[in-house]
Structures are given as C-alpha cells and as structure tokens.
Design a protein around this ligand. Structure first.
Ligand code: S3P
Length: 430
C-alpha cells in the first residue's frame, strides 16, 4: 500500500508510551520457551517480526498463550532439551533477529530444521552466524556455503569456542551465547565495541552459568534456565521517530513514558543532545532493564559527527538521525556505519536516495554519508524499499516539508511498529 502523508508543520505535542521493545520481546519468547516452568510478560511487541518468533516456537511444540491486542504472553517453557522437530519450515518473514538467534538455539537441538524468510531476509548475510556455529559443531547448509536462507541446520554435540565479535553485532553475539548453553566447556565472546546486552541480562536473570568481565562474556553448558516475569520496556528504536521529530521542530513538547534506557541502546539521545536537543531523562528502574521517562522540547538543531565507536548503540536510529541531520544547521558526518548496508535494505542508500528526492543535500559514502542541512524539504514520491525504518524516517520528514509526501509501500511498518501512522497523527494533531 502507498500512503500520502500530509505535510503539517505542527509541532509534536503530547504523551507517548512506545510499543514493547523488539529485541527484548524476541528474547523473552526465546528464554521463556527454553526455561523450565511458566514465564509471563506484558507489553510484548505485537508486530510481525516478534509474532514470527512466537509462531516458530509453537511449531516446535511450545505452548504459548497470547490474546492478540493485550500484550500479555504466557509461555509454558519446555526446558533446554524439550523443543520438538518442526513438521514444516520455520518462516521468519522479514526478521533477521528471529533467524540469527534461532540458529544459535537450533545448533543445540537433536533434530534438523529448515529456516526460510522473505526476499529481503533471504538476501541478508548469515555466514557471520553460521560460520561460528559450524565451528562449534552444528551442521548447516544453505546457498553460498550457508550464507543465505533457506538454511537447514542439524544440531548436536557442540564444543565451546572463543569468538571475537568484530562486527559488534548483538545478533551474532546472542546466537553464539545461546549455542554456548548447549556446548561442552566454555563459550566466550569478546567485543571491542559493546553491542546491546539484552541476551546477557536474560542469561543472568534466568540463572545460566554466565560471567561478564570487561569486554568478554562467557557462558557454560547449563542444565536448566529459570522462568521469569517481566514488563517489557518501551522500544527506544520506535520512540526515536517521535523523539527526533519533537527535538527538531520548535514548539514541540513530548513526554515519553516507560522507555528502555539500557545504555547500550541510548546513543540516539546522546547524538540529539550534541545537536542541541533539549531532552530531560529520568530513570525509574535499573533491573532487569533500565527504564524511565523522557521530556523533549523542540528547537532548531545543529549538525554533528557520528563515529564508529557509537554505531552499535544507535544502529537502528541512523535513518531517523539522517532525517534530523538533513534539517540541522551546518554539516553532519556519519562514518563507520557500513553495517547499515546489510539491514532490511541498504539503509545508507535508501535514505540518501529519499532525502535527496525531497531536496536534502546529502552525499553517500561507503561507510556513511556527509550531510549539509536545508531549511525545508519538498514533498515528492519516495520508496520505503520494503524497509520499515526508512518508511518511518521519511514520514517524520513531513514535519518540515512543503507539499505532500507519497511513500510507496508502507505496509512494512507492521514489522516493528504497526500503530506508527495512528500515533504520528495523534501527536501532530491531525
Ligand atoms: C538486534 C541487533 C541489531 C539491530 C536489530 C536487532 C538484536 O542488529 O540492528 O534490529 O535484537 O539483537 P546487529 O546486532 O546485527 O547489528
């Protein structure tokens, strides 16, 4: 479906509770399924990606209670050895997190399974996960030596490895740590730039034999995981669209409640503050995940630089930060962000192309982009390229646009934020 978004220079005003965090929702299902006993969680993200993970566990015999629309989920865990061979292929749709983390879990199972995805997921690199899992002892087959789905995996006897996470990918780290629960000896992952640590937090709270020292995380074969209860915090990656929209439009006043403030995820707030944004942060909870409240007031932002060291803490927020930079006063530079090229689409290219189409001054670089801010965008037709975050980043651009913007193929927002357009209209008073 295409969508014409009217361009209103209205500020963003009001209160917003972000949908449940996508990364934590996937992991809550995974740890709930592998634990012994019943886990309960609320504010689960009812978006396509997480529902794929849920369906895959049901296909492997896990009983999961979920009343659609409630956000409440009850998982009757089957234990680390209790999954059953699925009778059909496990279909992960657009979801890279589901496929990569599930490969880690399946590496420890005594059966064979086939994993498939949509065109975008089938063209995303999987070798980063399949190679270390093969090294641990899993048998994995797929196109280009196990680099692309469809993938078939036969788990079995695994041995621990020491792995250096050069890509700073939380998905890779998590797949290896999950496989490590089933492996003989110790499995360790070292990372020089820290990626999101939700898996480690679950390992700790579910009682895995797990240790974190400095830049290294170690896990050992674990007999039993404990069940848990939690309220899933709001997703900062979804909230980032309205936080950035509010921060860059003078007159805006936005309050965000129950937002995840895990420091491995809050890079977007640091960058916006460097750009001059007025953001007040109040943390109200520390464990199992830091959580809190934000107050954002809008003003004209100024350009900044984002460097490699901070990329993992804001990897999913780069498209919306590119929108803000394209409107900020002066020059901005993003470097060290080559991982953006292998997301749901090549997000450096999709955002450069779309922001240029609406009048932005932006130059594509191999690992990022160079941006010179403009006062206003011009409404045109742009393409999401099937990527939810590209679609939402362009929708936010309409807050400073003349004319009307037509976004081709907006259905993709359902992968992470099905209510995005309704919430956007409410907050900008349309
Ligand atoms: C995720 C990690 C990130 C992120 C993705 C979710 C996760 O990917 O882009 O949306 O839940 O672990 P990488 O770790 O591959 O960078």
């Amino acid at each position: 479906m295409n969508k014409v978004v009217s361009c209103k220079t209205n500020p963003i005003l009001g209160r917003f509770v972000p949908p449940g965090d996508k990364s934590i929702s996937h992991r809550a299902l995974m740890f709930g399924a592998l634990a012994k006993g019943t886990s309960r969680f609320s504010h689960f993200l009812e978006a396509d990606d997480c529902l794929r993970t849920m369906k895959a566990f049901r296909d492997m015999g896990v009983s999961i209670e979920h009343g659609p629309g409630s956000g409440n989920v009850v998982v009757h865990g089957v234990g680390l050895q209790g999954l059953k061979k699925p009778v059909q292929e496990l279909d992960f749709g657009n979801s890279g997190t589901s496929m990569r983390l599930m490969l880690g879990i399946l590496a420890g199972q005594n059966f064979e399974a086939t994993l498939i995805g949509d065109d975008s997921l089938s063209s995303r690199p999987m070798k980063r996960v399949t190679q270390p899992l093969k090294q641990m002892g899993a048998q994995i087959k797929g196109r280009d030596k196990g680099n692309f789905a469809p993938l078939s995996i036969r788990g079995g006897k695994l041995n621990g490895i020491r792995f250096e996470n050069k890509l700073s990918s939380a998905q890779v780290k998590s797949a290896i740590l999950l496989a490590g629960l089933f492996a003989e000896g110790e499995t360790s992952v070292e990372e020089l730039i820290a990626s999101r640590d939700h898996t480690e937090r679950f390992l700790e709270s579910c009682g895995a034999i797990f240790q974190k020292s400095g830049t290294e995380t170690k896990v050992q074969r674990t007999q039993e995981l404990q069940s848990f209860q939690m309220e899933i915090p709001g997703d900062i990656s979804s909230a980032a669209f309205f936080i950035t929209g509010a921060a860059m439009i003078p007159g805006s006043e936005l309050v965000v409640e129950k937002i995840c403030l895990n420091p491995t995820r809050t890079g977007v707030l640091e960058v916006l503050k460097r750009m001059g944004a007025e953001i007040r942060i109040e943390q109200t909870q520390d464990k199992p995940e830091p959580l809190g409240r934000l107050e954002v007031k809008g003003k004209k932002l100024v350009g900044t630089r984002i460097v490699k060291q901070e990329i993992p803490s804001l990897i999913d927020e780069l498209p919306i930060l590119m929108t803000a930079m394209a409107l900020a006063q002066g020059e901005s530079l993003i470097s060290g962000a080559e991982e953006l090229r292998v997301k749901e689409t090549d997000r450096i290219h999709s955002m450069v192309k779309n922001l240029t189409a609406v009048g932005g001054h932006i130059q594509e670089l191999p690992d990022g982009c160079l941006i010179r801010g403009v006062e206003k965008f011009q409404g045109r037709k742009v393409q999401s390229l099937g990527d939810h975050r590209t679609a939402m980043s362009m929708a936010i651009a309409t807050l400073a646009m003349e004319g009307a913007l037509e976004i081709e193929d907006v259905d993709c927002v359902r992968t992470s934020f099905p209510d995005f357009f309704a919430e956007f209209d409410r907050l900008r008073g349309v």
